[in-house]
Write a protein that binds this ligand. Sequence first.
Ligand code: NAD
Length: 262
Amino acid sequence: PRSHQGRIALVTGAASGIGKAIATRLAAEGACVVVADLDLAKAQAAAAELGDADVAIGVAANVADAAGVQAAIDAAVLAFGGLDLVVNNAGLSLSKPLLETTEADWDLQHDVMAKGSFLVSKAAASVLIAQRMGGDVIYISSKNSVFAGPNNIAYSATKADQAHQVRLLAVELGEHGVRVNGINPDGVVRGSGIFASGWGANRAATYGVKEEDLGQFYANRTILKREVVPENVADAVYVLTGPELSRTTGLHIPVDSGVAAA
Ligand code: NAD
């Protein structure tokens, strides 16, 4: 049988980029997947690419809104009969230097990524604990949760918040058999909506390279000299939530072609 056969997964921000690749991989491994994203039509379209309604459904959920998050978790339980795995992936990056970062920018970054993942983890944990069958919580954090870079104080601070949520929840949920792990991607340019929606132009200007050369620029500064694509992050989710790492919790795996190690 496939490793995730019959497991029920909810991925936030799964209509695009890394989240979509994660949802695709989990469905390919046999999971039933709830694609949660801001826009219902886009979430449903992404779910339809994974299979029929017995394989994947799309739901509209703003992760910064507790009622919306609860509705998405309820939809998973209603559609598939439970929940085993949740991926905190939804995010955005405003990517501004300190003096241009407004209070509203700070609040939005933290509402979506720090508060949003807290709300999703909390609503998911109540189901996982009640089911008494363990489970997995994954955070798509960032290399920026550990390492400083230019022009993204609000983004990086909230990624660091997510990284500590991983450690705190690993401790708190461990006795229920729930593992909590994180992934630190870096430089996912191709296929990422974050880069398409202005961050790419910002990064290109910051580093003095052409936007179309950004993927190669990121690849060149890594140890492996290989571009990171959404599917590489999905592979890490698959491994972290699979049976082989059943004694691993509270860990962050870099998916960055080695840039954080250099
Ligand atoms: P993306 O823009 O392609 O995907 C983000 C998705 O999140 C979008 O579908 C968006 O609609 C959704 N989203 C945004 N706000 C939301 C909200 N409030 N509620 C629900 N959904 C919401 O970007 P991506 O690169 O695939 O990013 C996915 C995650 O990976 C983010 O958390 C990002 O910070 C993280 N990440 C990306 C990179 C990279 O290099 N692209 C590096 C490190 C970390």
